[in-house]
Design a protein around this ligand. Structure first.
Ligand SMILES: Nc1ncnc2c1ncn2[C@@H]1O[C@H](COP(=O)(O)OP(=O)(O)OP(=O)(O)O)[C@@H](O)[C@H]1O
Ligand SMILES: [Mg+2]
Length: 372
């Protein structure tokens, strides 16, 4: 897919921007604090409906303005999509509204219109960092390709929040706790089944990409580690396992005043020739594995949606050495459009069409096209 036009109003340090991004690689270069990441954040917002770096959404609205708007006209294989997100200040926080083809839509119906894979320096911690980072990768990917997954995720989070609030109450109503566990089990089981299937495909793809880069050994293996572990991927079997785990963990949950088991505690483990990458892998090996994982995420989203998603690379190319950068970009290869930020123009692989765009205090200046 390709963004034909992007419009920002009072979004972070962009007072008003209208921009028609060229196809191929758009490389945004500029000194620090000019608005490079803000631009990618705006594009990511149109795909996931969320900021990739803050949960304080009022921060997205330019200082002093009442509301921000991000909108884009995007060419997709289903025709042109006009997606818009409006963030208005509301009290201490903010309120978001979503529009598709000019009509207000719910968040769940907004998702899937614009697909993007985002890669930023924080993702380089995907191997050794917190499990939440790995869950986020899976949730973001599956929410873009499956409405039902997104819906289940939202329902699960809501019931879980109620269960946690109940566990923190001075006296815990056991019957209500049973009700919450009863509601969590089927929806949790569907999430686990989807994740198991996704991680299996992601792992196979990432192993292939990795093998192309480094050869057959050491082999990268990615395994889904749900809590509790599963023997069978059928939702009914998973649900039975979850129910049993809720019963088993009940005393501990009451004692710890929090929910201790379920898909919100899932993890994904990466290993090289059977050894945990986070403990045994060198920095370079961990980095290569992350690149393979992101390339695989891109390939799977492309397969699920039938077209190349947008590729948003925030400051990440400069973190990579020449070989890894080339390998990564070549493995993605087929993007229609990529948005890449850097403080210095990166070296692109031969054959890639790239445009350099200077970013200076919230304004863009198309400087030139680099050889294609
Ligand atoms: N709500 C806001 N209103 C006005 N300005 C903002 C707002 N939020 C962030 N900014 C400003 O936007 C500027 C640019 O931020 P951005 O993260 O896009 O920079 P960058 O070009 O990616 O820099 P770096 O190279 O350091 O990553 C910062 O100076 C920040 O203070
Ligand atoms: Mg930045």
């Amino acid at each position: 897919m390709r963004v034909l036009a992007l419009e920002l109003t009072a979004f972070r340090n962009y007072a008003a921007l209208r921009f028609e991004p060229p196809e191929g690689a758009c490389i945004f270069v500029g000194a620090n604090a000019q608005g490079k990441s803000n631009l990618l954040e705006a594009l990511a917002l149109l795909s996931t409906g969320k900021s990739f770096r803050t949960s304080r959404e009022a921060d997205l609205v330019a200082t002093g303005a009442p509301a921000a708007s991000v909108s884009a006209r995007v060419r997709t294989r289903h025709g042109e999509v006009v997606a818009q997100c409006v963030i208005s200040r509301a009290g201490e926080g903010a309120r978001k509204r979503f529009f598709r083809q000019g009509r207000a839509v719910r968040y769940g119906d907004f998702l899937g219109g614009v697909n993007a894979v985002t890669f930023m320096p924080y993702d380089l911690q995907l191997v050794g960092g917190p499990a939440a980072l790995r869950r986020r990768l899976i949730n973001t990917a599956l929410s873009q390709s499956s409405k039902r997954y997104y819906h289940d995720l939202a329902v699960y989070a809501k019931i879980l929040a109620q269960k946690n609030a109940l566990l923190r109450a001075p006296t815990v109503d056991r019957a209500l706790l049973d009700t919450y566990d009863d509601q969590l089990a089927p929806v949790g089981a569907r999430l686990v089944a989807e994740r198991a299937s996704y991680v299996r495909r992601l792992g196979a793809e990432a192993s292939d990409v990795h093998a192309r880069w480094v050869g057959a050994s050491p082999a990268l293996t990615i395994r889904y580690d749900p809590a509790p572990p599963i023997a069978d991927e059928a939702p009914a079997a998973i649900e039975t396992g979850l129910r049993a785990a809720f019963v088993r963990m009940r005393p501990a949950e009451l004692a710890r005043r929090g929910s201790l088991v379920g898909p919100h505690r899932d993890d994904v483990s990466l290993s090289l020739d059977g050894e945990a990458l986070s403990r045994f892998g060198s920095q370079g090996q961990q980095r290569t594995a992350v690149l393979a994982l992101k390339a695989a995420e891109y390939a799977l989203l492309q397969r699920a949606t039938g077209e190349a998603p947008l590729l948003l690379l925030d400051d990440v190319l400069s973190e990579l050495d020449d070989d890894r950068r080339r390998a990564f970009l070549e493995s993605i290869g087929s993007f229609d459009q990529a948005f890449i930020t850097a403080t210095d123009p990166p070296v692109m692989p031969p054959g890639a069409s790239a445009s350099l765009i200077a970013v200076i205090s919230g304004a863009l200046h198309l400087s030139h096209e680099v050889a294609s």
